[in-house]
Design a protein. Structure first.
Length: 260
């Protein structure tokens, strides 16, 4: 089952619902009609739903406003995650009209884990799991430098999840520093694992580190019997992933609401 349509179907039925059914410690989920609100004590909330919301027009505007007002009352930011194959197609337009702001589009790609294991590790680079608190803070510092925004939240999440076998942080080291950081998140009860991060310091780009991190995490997935790897990719990462054999199945855009 590797056609784009089959991969999209597997993603929609297995990996996607995990956003609101498989939760980190401390999270709560509430359903409001077709959508699910996820809240945490110390980070922004999340809203998502199935591919077909079956709500349109004024009823959809009312649903959006109710989520916005809920998080405003909590004084908590929230991301409403959308996918381009969803209906109704005007959900993004209506979110923006309600004051939600696009955080940019990414391409969702899926690949077979067993086909991604063979990329070599570049000379002078070591790839290993982040096992200590110092590793985690170094990983977050690298991500902050690469992406230009604070990643202390990631350090906190990884430290909270140190005993969680379904989340593994992986770093690339060279010249005594972490030059690229990533993680793999297994989705229990499914054939999927998500690949996240992979940002590399500018001086170390173009050397194959990103591909080597993919291969390392693919080997972890194969060892766990996981069939599919899923990535929400930037336009920088997408061509690399497609050359490795990943298939683009849809795009995703997060819309953020921040109470003022």
């Amino acid at each position: 089952m590797t056609s784009p349509a089959a991969l999209l179907s597997a993603f929609d039925t297995q990996a996607r619902p995990a956003e609101w059914t498989i939760l980190d410690p401390g999270a709560e989920v509430h359903q409001d009609g077709p959508v699910f609100r996820v809240t945490w004590p110390s980070r922004r909330g999340f809203i998502g739903g199935p591919p077909a919301l079956n709500v349109e027009g004024q009823a959809l505007d009312t649903l959006i406003a109710r989520q916005r007002d809920y998080f405003t009352a909590r004084n908590q930011a929230v991301e409403w995650k959308t996918w381009s194959h969803d209906t109704p197609a005007d959900l993004p337009t209506r979110l923006e009209a309600a004051g939600f702001e696009s955080e940019g589009r990414e391409t969702v790609l899926v690949g077979l884990a067993a086909a991604m294991t063979t990329q070599p590790t570049p000379a002078g680079v070591t790839i290993r799991e982040a096992t200590t608190e110092a590793d985690v803070h170094a990983l977050a510092a690298t991500a902050t430098e690469v992406f230009g925004r604070d990643h202390d939240w990631l350090a906190a999440r990884l430290l909270e999840s140190q005993n969680d076998p379904n989340m593994i942080a992986v770093i690339a080291e060279a010249d005594g520093q972490v030059v690229s950081s990533s993680r793999i998140e297994f989705v229990p009860g499914t054939e999927f694992a998500g690949l996240w991060g992979g940002g590399t310091l500018e001086a170390w780009r173009g050397k194959g580190i990103y591909r080597a991190l993919i291969a390392h995490r693919a080997r972890l997935a194969v060892a766990r019997g996981t069939r599919y790897l899923q990535v929400d990719a930037s336009e920088d990462s997408r061509p690399i992933l497609e050359r490795l054999g990943f298939t683009a199945i849809t795009t995703t855009t997060g819309y953020a609401w921040t109470p003022r």
